[in-house]
Design a protein around this ligand. Structure first.
Ligand SMILES: Cc1ncc(COP(=O)(O)O)c(C=O)c1O
Ligand SMILES: [Zn+2]
Length: 404
């Protein structure tokens, strides 16, 4: 007997767990369905400080298949200084910039690669805007599996360097993320490679649910009022909702229906925001994304339609911000809270500001803003809004004059 099965999100047909991600009948995406054991808050309290502490809520049958590089259980920082600036009394930053590969992608990649091992796959890979490349490559290295990464050639050098260092076969595609994604899908299927965010997607998204489990536990098993989530493909936002719903199912949380989901996208690649503002269910792909938030440059979001559903279900909003606003927000977070994020995190902070300005967040709301990647991965972009330091001769008088 296995603890999990797969179920079509559309027609609800069930399947035994396998290397499979779309429904045979309606081509809908398959989600993992669980037979949950009885859980209490104490179940987790004395466990390891990684997201594997929530093993019972993750789709791995046998613990020996877990590929654990220490990801998760990242800080949920009460942002007193930024909160004061914005007029918020209960603002929290979920800081995933400090994961082992410096982004939240260690969550979905770690679960997908553990599952790939469990299913007996002999190679893995991903289509990536940069962060997933490193997360997949690092976990593949730890699992001893070859890793094939498909990514646009114009992403940040730090992300390329990092993935190459873990030993990945890095395929830089002269095109958009959607081009890389299409090629990865075809090669993955024809060669039997577990592409974590494509043919392993059912299991991949399960990893991002741990963003909800940790936040709930860190908030002493309460539900936030407002959640601000940066959106590329939309997989993470959808998974965060699923995670909170599962905690309600296992009676670890009370009613989660009053939380508000806010989708944050960069101007230049905001197809979900466009659909939300036009009040349509159809997400029209952006052909050539153009934004400083390269990790969110996904023109044709795989889970776009489901994000719109989630926003409706959770009385949410979708909003966008431009490059200048993103870079300013990075500095605002760094200079108030000491947290250095990449542009995707800047998008979250900028949209947080906008939501406050638009009166969509009350000053006493419990707000969780997801900061999903590290600023050190995008220093070329962030330098655009900083002044290059002047170089001085090691002369005490000269230097003393500029230290006031
Ligand atoms: C740092 C960061 N934040 C957010 C996202 C968006 O996640 P999703 O594609 O699941 O919406 C990405 C995607 O690559 C990312 O790298
Ligand atoms: Zn179906």
């Amino acid at each position: 007997m296995t603890r999990t099965s797969l179920q079509c999100r559309e027609c609800k047909k069930e399947y035994e767990t396998a290397f499979k991600y779309v429904c045979d009948d309606c081509f809908g995406p398959l989600d993992v369905k669980y037979d949950f054991p009885t859980l209490t808050k104490d179940t987790f309290s004395n466990r390891q400080h990684t997201y594997w502490r929530y093993f019972e809520l993750l789709p791995i049958e046998n613990k020996s298949n877990i590929v654990n590089i220490g990801a998760g259980m990242t800080p949920l920082t009460k942002a007193e200084n930024l909160g004061k600036k914005l007029g918020l009394n209960n603002l929290y930053i979920k800081n995933d910039s400090v994961n082992p590969t410096f982004s939240f992608k260690d969550r979905p990649a770690g679960v997908a690669i553990s599952k790939a091992k469990e299913l007996g796959l002999t190679a893995v890979g991903c289509a990536s805007t940069g962060n997933l490349a490193s997360a997949t490559a690092a976990h593949a290295a730890a699992a001893g599996l070859p890793c094939h990464v498909f990514a646009p050639s114009n992403i940040e050098m730090a992300k390329i360097t990092q993935a190459l260092s873990y030993g990945a076969n890095y395929i830089a595609v002269d095109g958009t993320y959607d081009d890389a994604n299409r090629i990865a899908a075809q090669i993955g299927d024809s060669k039997g490679i577990g592409i974590v965010n494509i043919n392993m997607r059912s299991h991949y998204v399960e990893g991002s649910k741990t963003f909800s489990y940790e936040v709930a536990e860190q908030l002493d098993w309460t539900v936030p009022d407002q959640l601000i989530v940066p959106v590329g493909s939309g997989a993470m936002l959808n998974a965060i909702c699923k995670g909170f719903e599962e905690l309600q199912t296992v009676s670890l949380l009370d009613d989660v229906s009053n939380m508000h989901m806010i989708a944050a996208q960069p101007h230049g690649c905001a197809p979900i925001v466009d659909a939300f503002k036009k009040n349509t269910k159809e997400v029209i792909p952006v052909e050539n994304p153009d934004t400083v938030a390269k990790s969110l440059a996904i023109g044709d979001p795989g889970d776009g339609r489901y994000v719109l559903k989630r926003l409706e279900q959770y009385n949410g909003f979708a909003e966008e911000c431009n490059n200048q606003e993103i870079l300013d927000a990075i500095l605002l977070l760094a200079q108030t809270e000491g947290i250095f994020t990449e542009p995707a995190g800047g998008v979250s902070i900028s949209i947080l500001q906008k939501m406050v300005e638009q009166g969509k967040i009350d000053k006493n709301d419990k707000v969780v803003c997801y900061v999903t990647g590290n600023g050190l991965k995008a220093t070329e972009s962030i330098m655009q809004v900083l002044t290059k330091p002047t170089v001085y001769k090691p002369n005490i008088n000269e230097i003393s004059a500029v230290v006031q």
